[in-house]
Design a binder for this molecule. Structure first.
Ligand code: ADP
Ligand code: 5GP
Length: 206
C-alpha cells in the first residue's frame, strides 16, 4: 500500500532530547501529524499522564497484549516492556497524517522489516557528559536510574548508523530546524507526491 503520509521513528539514548524535539515539532503547526502513544510497564514519572505520554499497563496486561498480537513491535528496554500497538497507524497514514514513533533501536528494526518505507531519525547528544547533565537536570529519575541509563546509553548510541538521518542535539533550535527540514523534505518526495497529487500530475502529464 502506498501512502503519501510518512511513518517516522525517532530514537536516541534516554535524555538526548527526543521528547523535547517532538513537542516542539507538534507545536509548530506542521499538521497533519500524530504521535503514537506506546504501552509501557514502567512506573509513571512525575508530570506524566496515562493515555497522553504512555498507556501505563501491568506486566500481565502487556503479556496478554503480546499473546493477542496487539503490537506492531515491542521490546524490553531497561527492566520494562514497551510496545507500539497496531491500532490506527495505517488508518492515519491512509488519511494523510504523518505518524511519529518514539521507540528504541530494537523496535525500529522490527518496524523496518514490516514497513520498509519508514523514515528513521537518530538523536545524539553532543557528549556523554552533556547527556548525564540533561538526565540530572530533567529531575525525573533517581541517581540509581540515571546511572543505569548512562550505562545503557553507549549500547544504544552504537546503533545510530542503522538510521536514515542523524541529528546532534547540541543547540536546541538548530536541532529542531534540522528535524523540521527532514519532515518537510520527506513530504515532498516524488513518490509521496505521486499519491497525494495523483489527479493533478495526471492532468499535467497527459
Ligand atoms: P528524551 O526524551 O530523549 O529522554 P528529553 O526530551 O526528556 O529527552 O530531554 C532531557 C532533558 O534535556 C530535558 O530536561 C530537556 O529539557 C533537556 N534538553 C533537551 N534538549 C536540550 C538542548 N538542546 N539543550 C539543553 N537541554 C536540552
Ligand atoms: P522512557 O522510559 O525514557 O520513556 O523510554 C525509554 C526508552 O524506551 C526510549 O529509548 C524510548 O524510545 C523507548 N520506547 C518508548 N516506547 C517504546 C515502544 O513502544 N517500543 C520500543 N521498542 N521502545 C520504546
Amino acid at each position: 500500500m502506498n501512502y503519501f503520509a510518512n511513518l517516522f521513528i525517532i530514537s536516541s539514548p534516554s535524555g538526548a532530547g527526543k521528547s523535547t524535539l517532538l513537542n516542539k515539532l507538534f507545536s509548530a503547526n506542521l499538521h497533519p501529524m500524530k504521535f503514537s502513544i506506546s504501552h509501557t510497564t514502567r512506573d509513571m514519572r512525575p508530570g506524566e499522564i496515562d493515555g497522553v505520554h504512555y498507556h501505563f499497563v501491568t506486566k500481565e496486561k502487556f503479556r496478554e497484549m503480546i499473546d493477542g498480537k496487539c503490537f506492531f513491535e515491542w521490546a524490553q528496554v531497561f527492566d520494562n516492556y514497551y510496545g507500539t500497538s497496531r491500532v490506527n497507524i495505517e488508518e492515519y497514514l491512509k488519511n494523510g497524517t504523518d505518524v511519529f514513533l518514539d521507540i528504541d533501536w530494537q523496535g525500529a528494526r522490527q518496524i523496518r522489516k514490516q514497513f520498509p518505507a519508514v523514515r528513521t531519525i537518530f538523536i545524539l547528544p553532543p557528549s556523554l557528559d552533556v547527556l548525564r547533565n540533561r538526565l540530572v537536570k530533567r529531575g525525573q529519575d533517581s541517581d540509581q536510574v540515571i546511572n543505569s541509563r548512562m550505562d545503557k546509553a553507549k549500547n544504544e548510541i552504537i546503533h545510530y548508523d542503522e538510521y536514515d538521518y542523524t541529528i546532534i542535539n547540541d543547540d536546541l533550535e538548530t536541532a529542531f530546524e534540522q528535524l523540521k527540514n527532514i519532515v518537510l523534505a520527506e513530504r515532498q518526495k516524488t513518490a509521496n507526491q505521486m499519491v497525494k497529487n495523483a489527479e493533478l500530475l495526471k492532468n499535467l502529464t497527459k
